[in-house]
Design a protein around this ligand. Structure first.
Ligand SMILES: [Zn+2]
Length: 338
């Protein structure tokens, strides 16, 4: 298989998984096609060289050319999940569906990205970073900037809504945290759970930093942990993620991820017993601890995760934060855990 063709799997009767390799070390993306009326695609893949053609060919191969698509459900507003939606809609007239909170972001995608970038640059002093350095390091132009087109959303859904796709009733489960608009889709008949980026087999999704115009909660990590508990209640035989391999044991994977975050909370808290640290300093400690390269993207993602954990630790009273000259310094309120 070359890098520009899809790996196709029939997961259940009339449910196809189409998997595409992505560049730059990102795990392969999965989109799912559900046969029936309306012919439904869950997520789209990004606009990167070779991907649109590979998707069109894969749709031909399973007997449902792009023109027959009736609906595109977007699990969340990240470009690898919605990038191609406008192109597919144009080719088919398919209706685009997402959670209410994602609708404006999808419709005004590029403006929203710029707005978010400015917000994150403004936030640099808070985490202990020079704003200009932040702009240069984290927001260099890249191929990903054009990997998504804005798309007009035709229908928004809420938690508990049912989307009928041919013979299936898909229940919408709002699972904020990785992004505020994230949804999982559950088919109770066949006990299939389409998890988007909410639950992945070999990596944990990065929690979002909610900008104030979307939420006052700052970090998505507390929501994410709540969302893990929420989806665990749904009896699931096959969990079908937005990236990488399918998840053989849904509940065990959720428990692993919950444990992972508990360990991270403890690790970070214990690191700031003796001396206070900024978000940036803690991100460096974390990357060193897990032996990861100190690349700009890794530092950025580590800061977002560390900040999420600090928000939780502040809430439980285990950590206090002091703001000095616009920079936040965190310190544990009691001795290390045994
Ligand atoms: Zn994502």
């Amino acid at each position: 298989m070359d890098s520009c063709s899809a790996a196709i799997t029939e997961i259940a009767d009339g449910v196809f998984g189409l998997q595409f390799d992505l560049p730059l070390g990102v795990q392969p993306i999965n989109v799912y096609l559900l046969a029936g009326d309306p012919l439904t695609l869950i997520d789209t893949g990004p606009i990167l060289p070779g991907i649109p053609d590979a998707l069109y060919r894969a749709l031909d191969e399973v007997g449902y050319p792009v023109g027959t698509l009736g609906r595109i459900i977007v699990t969340h507003h990240h470009l690898d999940h919605m990038g191609l939606a406008a192109m597919l809609k144009e080719a088919s007239g398919a209706r685009v569906v997402c959670h209410r909170l994602g609708s404006e972001i999808l419709g005004d995608y590029h403006a929203e990205q710029l707005r978010l970038r400015d917000y994150l640059v403004d936030l640099a002093p808070f985490v202990g970073l020079d704003p200009e350095l932040a702009r240069r390091s984290f927001f260099e132009p890249s191929a990903w900037d054009t990997a998504a087109e804005p798309v007009a959303v035709d229908e928004t859904v809420e938690d508990g809504d049912i989307i009928r796709a041919g013979p299936r009733d898909l229940r919408v489960i709002h699972t904020p945290g990785h992004t505020i608009d994230h949804i999982c889709l559950y088919d109770p008949e066949e006990r299939l759970m389409f998890t988007g980026d909410m639950l992945l087999q070999s990596i944990t999704p990065n929690p979002d930093l909610y900008p104030p115009w979307l939420s006052e909660k700052q970090s998505g990590l507390p929501d994410y942990i709540d969302s893990l508990h929420k989806i665990r209640e749904f009896e699931t035989g096959k969990a079908l993620p937005g990236h990488g391999a399918s998840i053989p044991d849904f509940e065990a994977r959720i428990d692993d991820v919950l444990l992972h975050h508990e360990e991270r909370l403890r690790f970070l808290r214990d690191d700031i017993v003796e001396e206070e640290k900024t978000v940036l300093q803690l991100a460096v400690v974390l990357l060193t601890h897990i032996n990861m390269e100190m690349s700009p993207i890794n530092v950025f993602l580590a800061m977002r995760e560390v900040f999420g954990h600090l928000v939780i630790l502040e809430r439980t009273g285990e950590v206090t934060m002091e703001l000095r000259d616009g920079t936040a310094y965190y310190r544990a309120t009691s001795p290390p855990t045994a």
